[in-house]
Ligand binder design. Structure first.
Ligand SMILES: [Zn+2]
Length: 237
């Protein structure tokens, strides 16, 4: 692990309970490192992981790094104060004024993510349902680390939760009354559902981006419902 110190942090006042995954969304790892260490950017993370698996340590874990921004999970609104943030080098999705082809995360990089995550989880006793993407805790603003981030592989190797159940009627569309019920379940799991009842598509997409990566169409179907039921069962059993 290479130190590459960022000045962008302050005192932590809470206990670490979350691990938050990001992608850098820039054209190179070097560019991302420079931004995360630039005082003017006012952003940072505890770690950055290069495509070849090299790990940089930017902020000490006992300090509060600035990676999550405006965010919420369960009743926690200051995720930075309660989390470790990992930036994973990936050029990310394109957006207006930024051209990019969103690509899979190389295996070497994922292995480094896995190894580092295991250490962090053990050190701070982080629960599997508190290992989240930026898009889970800030779904109105963020889509990283995205649908190509291999949560399933991480879960298979002991980091986080992913349901790989096979459901026959995956494409059965679910009616409007069930959408309210589904949103209640998302809230119980931790998502911020405020103001969602009229336009839940964006939140459903965010949920699928993490937990049903093969299809992120934002439609509520029986498989998506079965997955939240599975997650709730794991969290509350
Ligand atoms: Zn992010």
């Amino acid at each position: 692990m290479r130190p590459y110190k960022s000045p962008n942090y302050n005192q932590r006042t809470g206990q670490i309970k979350y691990l938050i995954m990001h992608y850098t969304g820039m054209s190179s790892g070097q560019e991302a490192l420079e931004r995360l260490c630039d005082e003017k950017s006012a952003v940072s993370a505890h770690y950055l992981i290069e495509e070849d698996g090299e790990v940089f340590s930017l902020v000490d874990e006992h300090r509060r790094a600035w990676h999550a921004g405006l965010s919420k999970w369960e009743n926690d609104q200051d995720i930075n104060d309660l989390s470790i943030g990992i930036e994973i080098v990936n050029s990310g999705h394109p957006f207006e004024g930024y051209e990019s082809i969103y690509k899979e995360f190389p295996q070497k990089q994922m292995e480094a993510v896995l190894e580092l995550s295991k250490i962090i989880i053990n050190r701070h006793n982080i629960k599997p349902w508190h290992i989240l993407g930026h898009s889970d805790v800030a779904w109105r603003r963020k889509i990283d680390p995205g649908e190509l981030f291999n949560w399933q592989w991480l879960s298979d190797h002991g980091v986080g939760i992913y349901s790989d159940m096979e459901i026959d009627q995956a494409d059965v569309e679910i009616g409007a009354p069930e959408i309210g019920e589904f949103l209640q379940k998302l809230e119980k799991y931790g998502y911020d559902i405020e103001g969602c009842y009229n336009k839940p598509r964006e939140l459903i997409t965010a949920f699928q981006r993490h937990f049903r990566q093969t299809n992120i169409d934002g439609e509520l179907d029986s498989q998506t419902v079965a997955i939240i039921d599975y997650l709730l069962n794991v969290k509350f059993s």
